[in-house]
Write a protein that binds this ligand. Structure first.
Ligand SMILES: CC(C)(COP(=O)(O)OP(=O)(O)OC[C@H]1O[C@@H](n2cnc3c(N)ncnc32)[C@H](O)[C@@H]1OP(=O)(O)O)[C@@H](O)C(=O)NCCC(=O)NCCS
Length: 156
Protein backbone atom coordinates (compact mmCIF):
# COMPACT_ATOMS: atom_id res chain seq x y z
CA UNK A 1 0.00 0.00 0.00
CA UNK A 2 1.38 3.44 -0.95
CA UNK A 3 1.90 5.62 2.13
CA UNK A 4 0.33 9.05 2.31
CA UNK A 5 3.02 11.74 2.65
CA UNK A 6 2.35 15.02 4.41
CA UNK A 7 4.28 17.77 6.16
CA UNK A 8 5.31 17.30 9.79
CA UNK A 9 3.15 19.00 12.41
CA UNK A 10 4.28 19.83 15.97
CA UNK A 11 1.64 17.39 17.26
CA UNK A 12 3.61 14.55 15.59
CA UNK A 13 6.62 15.00 17.88
CA UNK A 14 6.12 12.08 20.26
CA UNK A 15 5.15 9.73 17.42
CA UNK A 16 8.29 10.53 15.39
CA UNK A 17 10.50 10.13 18.46
CA UNK A 18 8.85 6.74 18.99
CA UNK A 19 9.54 5.72 15.38
CA UNK A 20 13.18 6.87 15.74
CA UNK A 21 13.75 4.89 18.95
CA UNK A 22 12.13 1.69 17.65
CA UNK A 23 13.88 1.92 14.33
CA UNK A 24 17.31 2.29 15.94
CA UNK A 25 16.71 -0.39 18.60
CA UNK A 26 14.99 -2.96 16.41
CA UNK A 27 16.43 -2.38 12.92
CA UNK A 28 19.80 -0.58 13.08
CA UNK A 29 20.72 -2.95 15.93
CA UNK A 30 21.48 -5.52 13.22
CA UNK A 31 24.55 -3.51 12.29
CA UNK A 32 25.71 -1.86 15.55
CA UNK A 33 26.49 -3.35 18.97
CA UNK A 34 24.47 -2.81 22.17
CA UNK A 35 26.67 0.04 23.45
CA UNK A 36 26.45 1.89 20.13
CA UNK A 37 22.66 1.46 19.98
CA UNK A 38 22.25 2.71 23.57
CA UNK A 39 24.29 5.82 22.69
CA UNK A 40 22.29 6.44 19.51
CA UNK A 41 18.77 5.72 20.83
CA UNK A 42 18.41 8.90 22.87
CA UNK A 43 16.14 11.82 22.10
CA UNK A 44 15.99 15.11 23.99
CA UNK A 45 12.39 16.21 23.46
CA UNK A 46 13.18 19.95 23.45
CA UNK A 47 16.01 19.59 20.93
CA UNK A 48 13.82 17.39 18.72
CA UNK A 49 10.94 19.83 18.96
CA UNK A 50 13.15 22.65 17.62
CA UNK A 51 14.91 20.58 14.97
CA UNK A 52 11.74 19.14 13.46
CA UNK A 53 10.43 22.66 12.92
CA UNK A 54 13.61 24.45 11.81
CA UNK A 55 13.93 22.26 8.71
CA UNK A 56 11.49 20.65 6.32
CA UNK A 57 10.21 17.34 7.66
CA UNK A 58 7.77 14.94 6.03
CA UNK A 59 5.72 12.15 7.57
CA UNK A 60 4.60 8.91 5.92
CA UNK A 61 1.23 7.55 7.04
CA UNK A 62 -0.17 4.07 6.57
CA UNK A 63 -3.78 3.69 7.68
CA UNK A 64 -3.45 7.12 9.35
CA UNK A 65 -0.59 5.91 11.56
CA UNK A 66 2.94 7.36 11.29
CA UNK A 67 5.12 4.77 9.54
CA UNK A 68 8.23 6.90 8.94
CA UNK A 69 9.67 10.38 8.56
CA UNK A 70 12.43 12.19 6.72
CA UNK A 71 13.89 15.68 6.68
CA UNK A 72 15.76 18.04 4.35
CA UNK A 73 17.97 20.90 5.47
CA UNK A 74 18.25 24.05 3.39
CA UNK A 75 21.71 23.04 2.13
CA UNK A 76 20.52 19.67 0.77
CA UNK A 77 21.57 17.61 3.79
CA UNK A 78 19.27 14.78 4.87
CA UNK A 79 19.72 14.35 8.62
CA UNK A 80 16.94 11.91 9.45
CA UNK A 81 15.23 8.98 7.75
CA UNK A 82 13.55 6.42 9.95
CA UNK A 83 10.84 3.83 9.28
CA UNK A 84 8.88 1.98 11.94
CA UNK A 85 9.95 -1.70 12.21
CA UNK A 86 6.56 -3.20 11.18
CA UNK A 87 6.57 -1.00 8.06
CA UNK A 88 10.06 -1.89 6.77
CA UNK A 89 10.60 -2.92 3.11
CA UNK A 90 7.19 -1.67 2.01
CA UNK A 91 8.37 1.38 0.10
CA UNK A 92 7.85 3.90 2.93
CA UNK A 93 11.37 5.37 2.76
CA UNK A 94 11.23 5.37 -1.05
CA UNK A 95 8.02 7.41 -1.00
CA UNK A 96 9.55 9.86 1.48
CA UNK A 97 12.72 10.23 -0.61
CA UNK A 98 10.64 10.85 -3.72
CA UNK A 99 8.94 13.75 -1.93
CA UNK A 100 12.26 15.10 -0.62
CA UNK A 101 13.86 14.94 -4.08
CA UNK A 102 10.94 16.83 -5.61
CA UNK A 103 11.20 19.47 -2.90
CA UNK A 104 14.97 19.73 -3.42
CA UNK A 105 14.52 20.23 -7.16
CA UNK A 106 11.92 22.88 -6.41
CA UNK A 107 14.53 24.64 -4.28
CA UNK A 108 17.09 24.36 -7.14
CA UNK A 109 19.38 22.19 -5.01
CA UNK A 110 21.98 20.42 -7.16
CA UNK A 111 23.13 17.79 -4.64
CA UNK A 112 21.60 15.83 -1.76
CA UNK A 113 23.89 14.39 0.91
CA UNK A 114 23.51 12.32 4.03
CA UNK A 115 25.54 10.47 6.65
CA UNK A 116 24.00 7.05 6.10
CA UNK A 117 24.13 4.32 8.71
CA UNK A 118 25.44 0.89 7.73
CA UNK A 119 21.76 -0.14 7.78
CA UNK A 120 20.58 2.62 5.46
CA UNK A 121 23.46 2.46 2.95
CA UNK A 122 21.81 -0.17 0.65
CA UNK A 123 18.62 1.92 0.56
CA UNK A 124 20.47 5.05 -0.51
CA UNK A 125 22.60 3.12 -3.03
CA UNK A 126 19.44 1.70 -4.55
CA UNK A 127 18.25 5.28 -5.04
CA UNK A 128 21.38 6.54 -6.79
CA UNK A 129 23.43 7.87 -3.87
CA UNK A 130 27.16 7.16 -3.95
CA UNK A 131 29.53 6.74 -1.02
CA UNK A 132 31.96 9.66 -0.77
CA UNK A 133 33.79 8.36 2.32
CA UNK A 134 33.43 6.10 5.31
CA UNK A 135 33.33 7.97 8.64
CA UNK A 136 34.06 7.04 12.24
CA UNK A 137 31.81 9.29 14.34
CA UNK A 138 31.98 9.93 18.11
CA UNK A 139 28.59 9.74 19.85
CA UNK A 140 28.13 9.84 23.64
CA UNK A 141 31.32 7.93 24.35
CA UNK A 142 30.88 5.43 21.49
CA UNK A 143 32.31 5.33 17.96
CA UNK A 144 29.96 4.56 15.07
CA UNK A 145 30.75 3.95 11.42
CA UNK A 146 28.62 5.70 8.83
CA UNK A 147 28.98 6.81 5.22
CA UNK A 148 28.90 10.26 3.69
CA UNK A 149 26.78 9.71 0.58
CA UNK A 150 25.75 12.09 -2.18
CA UNK A 151 23.32 12.20 -5.05
CA UNK A 152 23.54 14.74 -7.83
CA UNK A 153 20.05 15.82 -8.86
CA UNK A 154 19.15 16.10 -12.50
CA UNK A 155 17.07 19.18 -13.17
CA UNK A 156 13.64 18.46 -14.69
C1 LIG B 1 16.95 2.47 5.81
C2 LIG B 1 15.43 2.52 5.99
C3 LIG B 1 15.00 3.96 6.25
C4 LIG B 1 14.77 1.98 4.70
O1 LIG B 1 13.34 2.09 4.87
P1 LIG B 1 12.29 1.16 4.07
O2 LIG B 1 10.97 1.86 4.09
O3 LIG B 1 12.33 -0.21 4.62
O4 LIG B 1 12.89 1.19 2.59
P2 LIG B 1 12.11 0.83 1.22
O5 LIG B 1 11.06 -0.21 1.50
O6 LIG B 1 11.65 2.09 0.58
O7 LIG B 1 13.31 0.17 0.39
C5 LIG B 1 13.51 0.43 -0.99
C6 LIG B 1 14.65 -0.39 -1.50
O8 LIG B 1 15.87 -0.03 -0.84
C7 LIG B 1 16.68 -1.22 -0.69
N1 LIG B 1 16.79 -1.57 0.73
C8 LIG B 1 16.09 -1.06 1.78
N2 LIG B 1 16.48 -1.63 2.94
C9 LIG B 1 17.42 -2.55 2.60
C10 LIG B 1 18.20 -3.49 3.34
N3 LIG B 1 18.11 -3.58 4.68
N4 LIG B 1 19.07 -4.27 2.68
C11 LIG B 1 19.21 -4.21 1.35
N5 LIG B 1 18.49 -3.34 0.58
C12 LIG B 1 17.62 -2.52 1.20
C13 LIG B 1 15.96 -2.34 -1.43
O9 LIG B 1 16.39 -2.30 -2.77
C14 LIG B 1 14.51 -1.89 -1.32
O10 LIG B 1 13.66 -2.42 -2.31
P3 LIG B 1 13.04 -3.92 -2.09
O11 LIG B 1 12.44 -3.96 -0.72
O12 LIG B 1 12.01 -4.01 -3.20
O13 LIG B 1 14.19 -4.89 -2.25
C15 LIG B 1 14.99 1.62 7.17
O14 LIG B 1 15.56 0.34 7.02
C16 LIG B 1 15.35 2.12 8.56
O15 LIG B 1 14.55 2.80 9.19
N6 LIG B 1 16.53 1.70 9.06
C17 LIG B 1 16.94 1.94 10.45
C18 LIG B 1 17.22 3.37 10.77
C19 LIG B 1 18.35 3.95 9.99
O16 LIG B 1 19.44 3.39 9.91
N7 LIG B 1 18.07 5.13 9.43
C20 LIG B 1 19.00 5.86 8.67
C21 LIG B 1 19.81 6.75 9.54
S1 LIG B 1 21.05 7.52 8.53
Amino acid sequence: MQPVIRRYDAADLDAVIGVFLRSVREVASRDYDAGQIAAWAQADRDVWSRRRLDRSTWIALIDDVIAGFMDLEGNGHIDMLFVNPPNQRKGVASALLDTVENAARGQRLAVLDTDASITARPFFEKHGFQVVRSQDVALRGQRLTNFRMEKRLIAV
